[in-house]
Design a protein around this ligand. Sequence first.
Ligand code: HEC
Ligand code: HEC
Length: 290
Amino acid sequence: MPAANACVAGKEPVQSLVHPLVVTLMVAAAASLGAQEPPPPEPGGRGGRGAAIRDFLGLGAAPDAAAAERGGKLYQPNCAFCHGERATGADGPDLVRSTVVLHDEKGDLIGPVLLKGRADKGMPAFSTLTEGQLRDIAEFLHLKVELAANRGTYHTLNVVTGDAKKGEAYFNGAGGCNACHSPTGDLAHVASRYPPEVLQNRFLWPGGFGSGVRRVTVTLPDGETFSGTPKRLDDFTVSLTDASGNYHSWQRSNGVQVALEDRLAAHRQLLGKYTDADIHNLTAYLVTLR
Ligand code: HEC
Ligand code: HEC
C-alpha cells in the first residue's frame, strides 16, 4: 500500500520545492533547445475525411503530420524526460489529457506555457523557441491526442464508458484507494460535487501538479510544533497558515526544524500504474457516489 511520504529536512535547509536535479535538467533543457535551428514553418493540415469525427471528439483540425514529426524531434530530447515519451506523463503531467493541450489551436495556449514556463511548479521556460517551433511542438502533442482518441481511449464528451463494478474492485483492491478514502466517508456524494470529467481529473491529478506539498510542520528549538499549509518556504523563511487560519512565520535558523508532508505521493505513483481501462472503470464507479 503506498503511504504518503514525509520528507524531513532537519539540519539541512530545504532549498526549494523543486528537486535540485530538476533544476539542473531545466537549465540543460532550456539550453539545448536554444541551440536548435528553427525549422521552416509549414501550413497545418485542415479538414479531410476524419473531420466530422474529430469535430465530434472536440479535437479541431487534423494535425499536420510533417509539423508533428518536426515537433517530435524537439519534444523527445527536451520534454520527454518530464512528460514521458508518449506525452502521457512522468514527473511532469500527462499532456494528452491536459486541457491546455486539448483546447490549444496551433500553439495559442501551449506557446505561452513553454515561453514563460511555470518555474515555481517545475516547468522550465523555453523562451528561445520560435513561433514555428512552438507550432510544431503543438502539432506533435495534438497528434498524440488524436492517436489516443482513435484508440478509443480518450473521450472528451463522455468519460463514463467504464465498468463501475470493476472500478469498485480496483478501488478496494489493486488501486488501494480505500486505504485513504471511503465511499461513505470523504468521497460520499463526490459525484454531486463534480461533473464526470472533472471528477476524473480530481483523482488523476488532485490539486494539480506541484501542490503535493501541502502540509508543513515546524518544530521550534523549545519543542513547540506548528502544522499547516505552507505559504512560503525558502532558505531563510518558513511560513504557514494553521487549521484556524492563523498565519505564522519564522526565520530558518538554529534549531528550527521543517518537515514537509507530501500527501499526494500516492496519487503521483498511481499515475504510472493505471491502465486506460482502470481509469475508465474508476470514473464509472466514482460517478455512482451521488
Ligand atoms: C523539468 C521538467 C519539465 C520539462 C523539461 C518540461 N516540462 Fe512541461 N511541465 C512540467 C511540469 C511540472 C508542469 C506542470 C506545471 C503546473 O503544475 O502548472 C508542466 C506543464 C506543462 C504544460 C501545461 C500542462 C497543463 O495542462 O497545464 C505543457 C503544455 C507542457 N508542460 C509542455 C512541455 C513541453 C512541450 C516541453 C518541452 C519543450 C516541456 N513541457 C518540458 C515539467 C516539465
Ligand atoms: C495514501 C493516500 C491516498 C491514496 C492511496 C489515494 N488517495 Fe485520493 N487523495 C488523497 C489525498 C491526500 C487527496 C487530496 C485531498 C484534499 O485535497 O483534501 C486525494 C484526493 C482524491 C480525490 C479528490 C477528492 C475531492 O473531493 O476533490 C479523489 C476523487 C481521489 N483522491 C480518488 C482516489 C482514487 C480513485 C484512488 C485509488 C486509485 C486514490 N484516491 C488513492 C490520498 C490518497
